[in-house]
Design a protein around this ligand. Sequence first.
Ligand SMILES: Cc1cc2nc3c(=O)[nH]c(=O)nc-3n(C[C@H](O)[C@H](O)[C@H](O)COP(=O)(O)O)c2cc1C
Length: 210
Amino acid sequence: MKVVAINGSPRQAGNTALALNTALSALEENGIGTELIHIGKEAIRGCVGCYACMRKPGGQCRFADDCVNDCIARMAEADGILLGAPVYYAGMAGTMKAFLDRTFFVAAGSGLFRLKVGAGVAAVRRAGSVTTVDQLQKYLTISEMVIPGGTYWPMVHGLLPGEAEQDAEGLQCMRVLGANMAWLLKLMAYGREAVPPPAPAAKVMTNFIR
Ligand SMILES: Cc1cc2nc3c(=O)[nH]c(=O)nc-3n(C[C@H](O)[C@H](O)[C@H](O)COP(=O)(O)O)c2cc1C
């Protein structure tokens, strides 16, 4: 079993990476393979709402000139997905938002992430972490993913790279989140035969157009 983590910070050794790596270490200690992908410095355009991925579901965005399609393929292969974002202006950093809008729209069209395990974590100096965790979780829940909990809402505090090392409570939460995620992954794999997953529902769209 494997978890792919996405670091939405431009800092590869920043506080988001520290939070993700702490959770990933706990996953590995519990026998789950991991991969960390840094997207925060990539030039990733936002979704243009062309709906090409919905009209022709195939797990790909029509823009093939950046890392998004490769990341979608790696996330689709994984059993779990961990999203990490730094807080910029009380919400997730813009590159991560652009990445997630495109990735999860493609995934929605193909049901790619359905019933995978997922979690979202934030790195913050002072304010905006709860909003950011909430934003990250919105992508997971609308994709029918299953989210494990931790000892607090998953966030670490710090300004400069590595400062979150001092946030003992935040790092403990990441360790517990990683261990809980590993347990949930094993439980779902173990139980899948005895308790088959529900069949995907045919999409009903009610857009309130009169
Ligand atoms: C453009 C920008 C906006 C930021 N906005 C906030 C903010 O709204 N609230 C906050 O507490 N910290 C804010 N910060 C600080 C970062 O959230 C903090 O440094 C965090 O640890 C960065 O994570 P990283 O090391 O993974 O990049 C901001 C930083 C930048 C560069």
